[in-house]
Design a protein around this ligand. Structure first.
Ligand SMILES: [Zn+2]
Length: 51
């Protein structure tokens, strides 16, 4: 399931991952580190919602 940042709209797609941040394609949102932050605005995981 995709997640979207409620502040800036950046979207995390598990199929794509976030390679610039060291997150491999296929990494589920639940498996991201607890200290993951939005690449654009820097908020934490608790500010993301279901896309
Ligand atoms: Zn953001």
């Amino acid at each position: 399931m995709k997640k979207v940042c409620s502040v800036c709209g950046w979207e995390y797609d598990p199929e794509v991952g976030y390679e610039e941040g060291g997150i491999a394609p296929g990494t589920a949102w639940e498996d991201l580190p607890d200290d993951f932050v939005c690449p654009l605005c820097g908020v934490g995981k608790d500010m993301f919602e279901d896309a």
